[in-house]
Design a protein around this ligand. Structure first.
Ligand SMILES: [Zn+2]
Ligand SMILES: [Zn+2]
Length: 269
C-alpha cells in the first residue's frame, strides 16, 4: 500500500487580504481553516480541486475579520459543519454571521491542543487588531502544517511552537515601499505597519528563516495585499533573503505562491 495514502493533503484555496480559505484532509477528516469568501465561491473552489463541500466536517476560524469569516454562517447552516473558534472570537463574530445552531458552536481557546481522531490541532495567539486572534498547527501522521498570517510580529513563544514544521502558510502581506507610497490613508498604513497589523515581505522572510528546519518541505507565501504587493515581489524578496542566509530554496524546500481566487494544487505533505 502506498504509505502516502495516509498523509495530510492540503490546498490553499484562496489567500489574500480579500479572502482566505485553506483545505486540509486526513483519512478521518476534511476541514477548512477560515471561510473568508461567499459559500458559493468556497464550493466552487473545492470543486476545482476535486473535493465535495458536503464532506467537510469542521471549520477552524482564526479571527472575526471579514476576509476570514464571510462564508462561516452560510457554510454552518447549509452543511452542518462543526465550527471552532475561541470565546472572544465567537462573541465578535456572532453578530456578523447570522444564526448558527448551538451544537455546531465549539469553543477552542488559545494555547490548547484539540485531538479529533487522527488530527491534532494546536492553537496559538498572534498580535493583530481583532478580539482574540489565533492561528493553528495541524498534526497528523508525524507531519505538521502551520498557518500563520494576520500578525504584526512573531513572538518567541510562537516561534518555538511552530519551528521545523513540514509545511507553512506564512504571511507576506505587503512590500513596505509599495504600502508607504500607495493610495491607502495614512491611518490605514499605520495600522498595517503596526505591531497589531500584518507581516511585510521582509518580516515574513525573517520569520521563515527562524522557523524553517530540516523537516520543512513546502512553504506557501500568503495573505498578499492586492494593492501593496505582487506575487513576484513577495517571492523574490523571500527567496533572495533566504538564499542570502544560506538556505537551499527550491532544493531543501519549495516556496509556493498563493492567489486570491485560484486554488493551489492539492499537495500531499
Ligand atoms: Zn486577514
Ligand atoms: Zn485580520
Amino acid at each position: 500500500m502506498d504509505s502516502k495514502l495516509d498523509n495530510m493533503k492540503i490546498s490553499v484555496l484562496a489567500s489574500s487580504s480579500t479572502g482566505n480559505v485553506t483545505y486540509i484532509e486526513t483519512p478521518q477528516h476534511k476541514i477548512l481553516v477560515d471561510a473568508g469568501m461567499s459559500g458559493k465561491k468556497i464550493k466552487e473552489l473545492l470543486d476545482s480541486v476535486g473535493k465535495n463541500i458536503e464532506e467537510i466536517d469542521s471549520l477552524f476560524v482564526t479571527h472575526e475579520h471579514s476576509d476570514h469569516i464571510k462564508g462561516v454562517g452560510v457554510l454552518a447552516r447549509r452543511y452542518g459543519l462543526n465550527v471552532y473558534a475561541n470565546e472572544k472570537t465567537w462573541q465578535a463574530m456572532m453578530p456578523k454571521i447570522g444564526k448558527v445552531d448551538s451544537d455546531q458552536i465549539n469553543i477552542f481557546d488559545k494555547n490548547k491542543v484539540l485531538s479529533l481522531g487522527d488530527l491534532d490541532i494546536e492553537s496559538f495567539g498572534v498580535s493583530h487588531d481583532a478580539a482574540d486572534p489565533q492561528f493553528y498547527k495541524f498534526h497528523h501522521n508525524n507531519k505538521d502544517f502551520v498557518i500563520l498570517t494576520d500578525t504584526g510580529y512573531i513572538s518567541d513563544t510562537v516561534e518555538k511552537k511552530i519551528e521545523n514544521a513540514d509545511g507553512y502558510l506564512f504571511e507576506c502581506n505587503h512590500d513596505v515601499d509599495m504600502l508607504r507610497n500607495g493610495s491607502y490613508a495614512w491611518s490605514l498604513k499605520q495600522r498595517i505597519l503596526s505591531e497589531k497589523g500584518h507581516l511585510s515581505n521582509e518580516d515574513g522572510a525573517r520569520g521563515l528563516m527562524d522557523v524553517i528546519g530540516e523537516n520543512t518541505k513546502q512553504v506557501y507565501l500568503g495573505h498578499l495585499s492586492p494593492e501593496n504587493n505582487t506575487k513576484y515581489t513577495a517571492h523574490e524578496t523571500v527567496a533572495t533573503f533566504l538564499k542570502n542566509h544560506d538556505m537551499a530554496v527550491d532544493h531543501d524546500f519549495y516556496l509556493n505562491d498563493t492567489d486570491p481566487i485560484i486554488p493551489d494544487d492539492l499537495i500531499i505533505l
